[in-house]
Design a protein around this ligand. Structure first.
Ligand code: SF4
Length: 374
């Protein structure tokens, strides 16, 4: 097995086994993990405690039954799964769960958490352009910090926070380079592998993840660039899972050359900038700088233009919108984006992401026809 294959296998294992990642981390450090609900949270603050930050992004193919008691059937697919898993006690090992509430479904879920872990809820202000928004978020983060310290029994120092910010910035830079390398080498980094590199960063300490990603980049870049005889796409949405769905991309030679997925590139889009105001202010400023996301209010609606630019820059053939079933914020962005794609003559296809389904034949047929049309 080559070193590239070995690294990808390691990252795929982590992505597929978060419970094992947590057990290994506990055995190694004696510390536990803090869950992070989608989409954004000051993860650096958890890293600074020495606990493992772990993303909570649902699961695939689980039949929803208990969750129906607490959520209407039109709540988004991912939160139906999260609620079902909560009811089964899947998150009870977590020492706490961090919750931002930028959409109605997350607001509801934060108020009816059914697991036993303590829940820490905070608000991202939506009038983001104001300096007052930064100050408000600093106050929210002070409360988050105090609760983390209480539940985890640790003190979060500014030195530890600054160190964690540097670790995360380094990871984001490495991941942005990985995105470019994956676009250049689709024969080596296929859709499943690309996703695993992103997903594994949710269940690993970022410094370890960065080390592997940097090694992966160096190994891949040492290979010759081969011409790609398939199609290239930009994908956008909340997430694009599971592997069975990504296998279809591989089968029809559809390379993902850029993404705007909340689970993937939106997490690495914005770095934490320097500031004299201290680490909490630095973390708060990230929200003001965020762009192109359905959850971060943008009255100018720049997401469509961002995606069109990405499509042109990467030479992609089309944009694929991965629409999370019943996700209101994404559905509200869609008509504006769609009109802009059509006006610019950008080919586009929308597929529905439903975590409850386990059959992908319909999507397969649609992707096959789309490729043939291209
Ligand atoms: S942003 Fe969309 S997918 Fe995420 S919790 Fe809200 S409604 Fe669900």
């Amino acid at each position: 097995m080559s070193r590239v294959e070995a690294i990808l296998t390691q990252l795929k294992d982590v992505a597929a086994n978060p419970a094992k990642a947590l057990a290994d981390y506990k055995a190694e450090t004696g510390k536990g993990a803090v869950g992070i609900m989608p989409v954004y949270a000051p993860e650096e603050m958890i890293h600074a405690t020495g606990f493992l930050p772990m993303g909570i992004w649902g699961a695939q193919g689980k039949t929803i039954s208990q969750a129906r008691t607490y959520l209407p059937p039109f709540a988004c697919s991912i939160m139906q799964q999260v609620m079902e898993l909560q009811c089964e006690g899947a998150y009870d090992e977590l020492s706490a769960v961090l919750f931002s509430v930028p959409c109605d479904t997350l607001k509801c879920l934060s108020q009816k958490w059914k697991g036993t872990s303590p829940v820490i809820v905070f608000t991202h202000p939506q009038n983001r352009g104001l300096e007052a928004a930064n100050q408000f978020l600093v106050t929210e983060y002070e409360l988050v910090k105090a609760q983390l310290e209480k539940y985890l029994g640790v003190k979060i120092t500014n030195v530890a926070l600054e160190n964690s910010i540097a670790v995360y910035n380094e990871n984001r830079v490495a991941m942005r380079e990985f995105v470019e390398v994956a676009a250049e080498y689709p024969q080596v980094i296929d859709a499943v592998s690309r996703h695993a590199v992103f997903k594994s960063r949710q269940f690993m300490l970022k410094e370890k993840h960065t080390e592997l990603v940097k090694e992966l980049i160096a190994e891949v870049k040492a290979m010759p660039v081969e011409p790609w005889d398939g199609k290239k796409v930009v994908v956008t949405g909340i997430m694009l899972e599971p592997n069975e769905l990504l296998d279809i991309f591989n089968e029809f030679k559809i390379a993902i050359v850029a993404d705007d997925l909340a689970q993937e590139s939106r997490q690495i889009r914005v770095d934490v900038l320097d500031s004299e105001e201290g680490p909490l202010y630095r973390l708060a400023k990230v929200w003001q700088q965020m762009y192109g996301c359905s959850l971060a209010t943008d009255t100018k609606k720049g997401r469509g233009k961002m995606l069109i630019n990405k499509t042109i820059q990467t030479g992609a053939d089309a944009i694929i919108v991965a629409m999370m079933k019943f996700c209101d914020p994404e559905e509200w962005d869609y008509p504006v984006m769609f009109r802009e794609f059509e006006e610019k003559g950008i080919k586009n296809l929308t597929i529905e992401v439903d975590q409850e389904v386990s059959s992908f034949e319909q999507i397969k047929t649609r992707l096959q026809s789309f490729v043939e049309m291209m």
